[in-house]
Design a protein. Structure first.
Length: 156
């Protein structure tokens, strides 16, 4: 069950629901064990492949490609940049602030409908639980339980 809590945006002066991460992240080893249980591949074989996937994806994306993992979605490099008013001021190196990885979940058109469903998001099966406002967000990388830099996203 995913969790949420009420948050207040001071700038826009509105309340909104926000998803909250609880506990430690599920690590590669656990994912490998889960995959090994539902397949004919051993835990060590799954860990070996998962251990190499980031490097292989980087190599392909560095060639200007996007990476599609069937049933999961698409990954590609995107740029966080600043603009300039004049073409004479254009400088790629100075304007690029960060390179990020964008993830777009796989989607599938529902039969007889114009609607799509996304991989990893089956809203019919999700039961969201509200947490009290005092509950700390345990986003990975934050030592004090807060979510750290609100402009930073762990997904790239």
């Amino acid at each position: 069950m995913p969790f949420w809590k009420k948050m207040f945006n001071k700038k826009q002066e509105v309340y909104y629901p926000r998803a909250v991460v609880q506990g430690k992240p599920v690590e590669t080893e656990t994912i490998a064990k889960d995959l090994a249980k539902i397949s004919t591949v051993s835990n060590s074989d799954v860990q070996a492949v998962l251990g190499d996937i980031a490097g292989v994806m980087h190599t392909r994306m560095a060639q200007g490609k996007s990476v599609h993992i069937k049933g999961l979605g698409y990954f590609r490099y995107v740029l966080d940049t600043t603009g300039v008013k004049s073409l004479n001021d254009f400088d790629f190196q100075k304007q690029v602030k960060a390179v990020r990885v964008e993830f777009i979940p796989e989607r599938e058109k529902l039969s007889g409908s114009k609607t799509y469903t996304r991989a990893l998001v089956d809203s019919d099966e999700l039961e969201w639980i509200e947490l009290s406002p005092d509950t700390k967000d345990t986003t990975p990388g934050s030592e004090d339980g807060t979510d750290g830099d609100l402009n930073e996203t762990p997904l790239g």
